[in-house]
Design a protein around this ligand. Structure first.
Ligand code: SF4
Ligand code: SF4
Length: 144
């Protein structure tokens, strides 16, 4: 009785394994192969300083304190963004900064996930890098 039960217990997982033997693998041979991620994946941020209101909501809500923002006022009384840094090395890609941003299309995320580097400083993304997006940055590197 025990041995019959034991066979059934072992057969069930084997059947699951067998079913997957004939299926297409879901893994890819990274980095030779790359999977295209959905457009709404949470990857590297893109920031548009033109529309930013300098309200600081993104910096206040960030649980990892990744966003550094400095705002001044021009002689005409307009807000000016002097500094907007994201410490990507600390970011956990929760998307809270984007959810709380009141500017229209100011802060968003891209499916870009390859931005590892050799120092923490290199992972501080300022306005120039965030405004361009990683793709354009890579193109510039290739051209030089
Ligand atoms: S995605 Fe989350 S952790 Fe990253 S900067 Fe935005 S709020 Fe902070
Ligand atoms: S929440 Fe949006 S509008 Fe406000 S400072 Fe951050 S990026 Fe700019």
């Amino acid at each position: 009785m025990v041995s019959k039960l034991s066979k059934i217990v072992h057969a069930a997982p084997m059947l699951v394994t067998l079913r997957h033997v004939f299926k297409k693998p879901i893994t890819v041979q990274y980095p030779e192969q790359r999977r295209e991620l959905p457009a709404r994946s949470r990857g590297l941020h893109v920031y548009n300083p033109e529309g930013c209101l300098g309200c600081g909501a993104c910096a206040r809500v960030c649980p990892n304190n990744c966003i550094e923002l400095e705002v001044s006022t021009t002689p005409e009384g307009k807000k000016q963004i002097d500094k907007f840094n994201i410490y990507i090395g600390r970011c956990m890609f929760c998307g809270l900064c984007i959810d709380h941003c009141i500017g229209k299309g100011v802060l968003s995320m891209t499916p870009e996930y390859e931005f590892c580097d050799t120092s923490r400083e290199a992972l501080v993304y300022g306005i120039d890098r965030l405004a361009r997006g990683k793709g354009e940055e890579e193109e510039e590197k290739d051209e030089s």
